[in-house]
Write a protein that binds this ligand. Structure first.
Ligand SMILES: Cc1ncc(COP(=O)(O)O)c(C=O)c1O
Length: 480
């Protein structure tokens, strides 16, 4: 068996045992099967079982007791908090006003690396040394590598590598169908400009990532928010109904591990969405930035995989898995390729050469797949750990999402809590989060917040969640 297959196997074994613990088959404080017994029962090697138990230990589900074995942690509670309910569609499209409040929040946060605030992996999870080596190697191979203009579409080898990886989500592409951008957000920006005029309506999930709302505002567009289920994503019946009621120029969705809900549309929903929009000749901008960050055994497909006529414009980047600061993303613009390339050239000619070369070198020689596997396991463990702490410390009536990928959690507190009010107090204590109101063009989600789990869990973070829990509980008590 290859090392990679073995890695996946241990995650699968860990998930099976974790699920049984969740279901109460083994209760807190009880001993779970020994490594030897597990190996016999699951017909997997001892080392795979040990890895599975280490994984559950890192997640905080079980603990090792010297000379005795593995036990369900006594403070483990299997009565999980409920998931937030499906959200509600807006009746009509709205102008967006998110840039001002967002800028105020970002300025208040400053350059501090606050836990839970920004959706980025902590540096110790990123392959910094190997990326630095890749930069040196790129410059050794061609000392003038970073100086010249690159073609607007981007580096050929990197585009070929992205095309190779696309086979993992069902893509059959050539390098010529891909254009390199300055991160995913620029890709979305170019796509929106290619398919809309100011005043047009963009259908989005609700809640939706404030960065996307920012671009909509920036381009003078309106947002039409469509009901979204925290597990299965945008409600297609409600979308269809909305499309019958009013003109919509484009849909802009994050179908796999949406930020902030973490929802992932099942494949058949993705297919139905593409068919629905293709029939109506409405483009779909698919933001797939979290697609690689799945916790289960297989990568979810993209909507692009079902696109036969080029109406899907897929946007993504290396920001969440390699180097947000390199600003390397890409777009597969389908039938809008000429417009998107023209816009890219008119905005900034091309994406900087050196980061493209470094990432390409890293993919070729830096053990990229190995890194991705480690990162997925780390995110899964961190999401689990933060969820458990929320369960322990947040007020009764709290609801929290249960994502199967990505690394953000969406939390709905009792209605009386105003998360914007608490944001300043939390900042004073060195704790960050994003208030829910930033994730909508309407005045809503004031009792919600987004917490990110990109940082490796430690005692200070446990303390920070406890502090947030105290703040919310006090606020709720005041409001009653
Ligand atoms: C859904 C989504 N799209 C786009 C971005 C921005 O990506 P990039 O940094 O590659 O521009 C983010 C960052 O948090 C995101 O969550």
């Amino acid at each position: 068996m290859t090392a990679s297959a073995k890695k996946l196997l241990y995650v699968r074994v860990a998930e099976t045992i974790g699920h049984l613990i969740d279901q109460g088959v083994w209760q807190p404080g009880e001993r779970i099967p020994s490594v030897r017994q597990l190996s016999r029962e699951h017909r997997v090697s001892l080392s795979t079982c040990l890895e599975a138990y280490y994984f559950l230990e890192r997640r905080g589900t079980i603990e090792a007791r010297p000379k005795s074995g593995y036990y369900v942690r006594p403070q483990f509670r299997n009565s999980r908090l409920p998931v937030p309910e499906k959200t509600i569609s807006a009746e009509q499209s709205q102008e967006v006003d998110v840039i001002k409040p967002l800028t105020a929040i970002l300025q208040a946060q400053g350059s501090q690396q606050l836990p839970f605030a920004v959706a980025r992996p902590s540096f110790e999870l990123l392959p910094t040394a190997r990326l630095n080596q890749a930069v040196r190697q790129a410059l050794r191979t061609n000392p003038a590598a970073g100086i010249g203009y690159e073609q607007t579409a981007g580096n050929d080898l990197l585009r070929r590598q992205i095309a190779q990886q696309a086979t993992r989500w069902g893509g059959v592409l050539t390098a010529s169908e891909i254009l390199i951008t300055n991160g995913c957000l620029e890709a979305v920006h170019l796509c929106l400009r290619a398919v809309t005029r100011p005043g047009d309506t963009v259908a989005v999930e609700t809640p939706t990532y404030y960065g996307l709302l920012q671009v909509i505002e920036n381009l003078g567009l309106k947002a039409l928010e469509i009901a979204t289920h925290p597990q299965t994503g945008v409600d297609l019946d409600e979308l269809e109904h909305a499309l019958e009621q009013q003109p919509v120029a484009v849909c802009l969705f994050v179908p796999s591990f949406n930020n902030p809900l973490g929802s992932c549309m099942p494949d058949d929903h993705k297919q139905r969405l593409v068919e629905l929009l293709t029939r109506r000749r409405i483009p779909l901008i698919e933001d797939d930035i979290y697609g690689e960050m799945y916790f289960g055994p297989v990568r979810p497909k993209t909507c692009k995989a079902f696109d036969t006529e080029g109406w899907v414009l897929l946007c993504s980047s290396f920001s969440k898995q390699l180097a947000p600061g390199y600003r390397v993303g890409w777009v597969i613009p389908g039938r809008f390729a000429t417009q998107v390339e023209g816009l890219k050239h008119s905005v900034n000619v091309m994406t900087a050469t050196l980061p493209q070369l470094a990432i390409s070198e890293f993919i070729a020689h830096g053990r990229y797949e190995h890194h991705l596997r480690q990162l997925r396991a780390a995110f899964a463990a961190q999401v689990e750990r933060v969820s458990r702490a929320i369960q322990q410390h947040f007020p009764a009536g709290t609801r929290v999402t249960r994502p199967s990928g990505g690394f953000v959690l969406w939390i709905a507190l009792p209605e009386s809590c105003d998360t914007a009010e608490l944001h300043a107090q939390a900042l004073k204590q060195g704790i960050g989060f994003m208030p829910g109101s930033l994730f909508s063009a309407q005045t809503q989600y004031t009792n919600c917040l987004r917490i990110t789990c990109g940082q490796v869990w430690n005692a200070q973070m446990e303390q920070a969640i406890e502090t947030l829990g105290h703040l919310f509980t006090a606020l709720e008590a005041e409001a009653c």
